[in-house]
Design a protein around this ligand. Structure first.
Ligand code: NAD
Length: 246
């Protein structure tokens, strides 16, 4: 097992891509804390991991609330004594064309997707600096690199996450901490499941590998980046997009 005895926090770990990331880290021996705004969903996922012999616990964590983040870190470090892996996965969309986008929709998306990752990372890096080791992975997006009409707020947050990743990587590297980002393309989740056939067909024409990605594709990227196999990789963006953007 590649992550035996490691302590991990996955924000938004209860469902979607975060759920698969949590399951994958736990399958490699990590003790995973699944942060969620919906504690019931996070607990359901944590229980299913425990039922398979893994170590997983749900914690109440809304990344737009500073006190939640502080409480979650106090709980994890109090209980486990350390934090080895942070995956900033929590993310939301509030789409709309630029000219009609409400200021509150801009603020909310930046608050969760970017500021949430900043606040979690700040506490994680402080702890990891004491340990002189640790790994952070930020889940960005292909649209943070390419743009996407109707997603000014989301694309700005995901592009900024890449800048944050590189700066954190520079600041934390001397203490043995690695920070990387993953930019998934279109991944088969509840969100993309709602796309109609016509939009799906249009998408396929733009993906050289001819299919949507799976949440497992993203989780495997996270596992690689936090494992020792990637111990000379920091400040990078791993594109997992079927060749859609090169
Ligand atoms: P999802 O909506 O299924 O999951 C998002 C998770 O974030 C949920 O667990 C949700 O509870 C959590 N969350 C939302 N607001 C939160 C908050 N304030 N505090 C804590 N948690 C919060 O979406 P997903 O497709 O699984 O997306 C996961 C990540 O991957 C997101 O950052 C998303 O932007 C990114 N991403 C997804 C795709 C895709 O095609 N699905 C592509 C690129 C990037």
């Amino acid at each position: 097992m590649e992550l035996e005895n490691q302590i991990a926090l996955v924000t938004g770990g209860g469902r979607g891509i975060g759920k698969t990331i949590s399951e994958t880290l736990a399958s490699q021996g990590a003790q995973v804390y699944l942060g969620g705004t919906n504690l019931e969903t996070a607990e359901e996922t944590a229980k299913s991991i425990r039922d398979k012999g893994g170590k997983a616990f749900a914690i109440c964590l809304d990344v737009s609330k500073r006190e939640h983040i502080q409480n979650a870190f106090d709980l994890i470090v109090g209980e486990a004594g350390r934090l080895d892996i942070l995956v900033n996965n929590a993310g939301i969309t509030k789409d709309g064309l630029l000219v009609r986008m409400k200021e509150e929709d801009w603020d909310q998306v930046l608050e969760v997707n970017l500021k949430g990752a900043f606040l979690c990372s700040q506490l994680a890096v402080k702890q990891m600096m004491k340990q002189r080791s640790g790994n952070i992975v930020n889940i960005s997006s292909i649209v943070g690199q390419a743009g996407n009409a109707g997603q000014a707020n989301y694309t700005a947050s995901k592009a900024a996450l890449i800048g944050l990743t590189k700066t954190m990587a520079l600041e934390a590297a001397p203490r043995g901490i690695r920070v990387n980002a993953i930019a998934p393309g279109f991944i088969e989740t509840d969100m993309t499941g709602a796309l109609n056939e016509k939009i799906r067909e249009g998408l396929m024409g733009k993906i050289p590998l001819g299919k949507l990605g799976s949440s497992q594709n993203v989780a495997d990227g996270v596992l690689f980046l936090v494992s020792d196999r990637a111990d000379y990789i920091t400040g990078q963006v791993l594109n997992i997009n079927g060749g859609m953007l090169m």
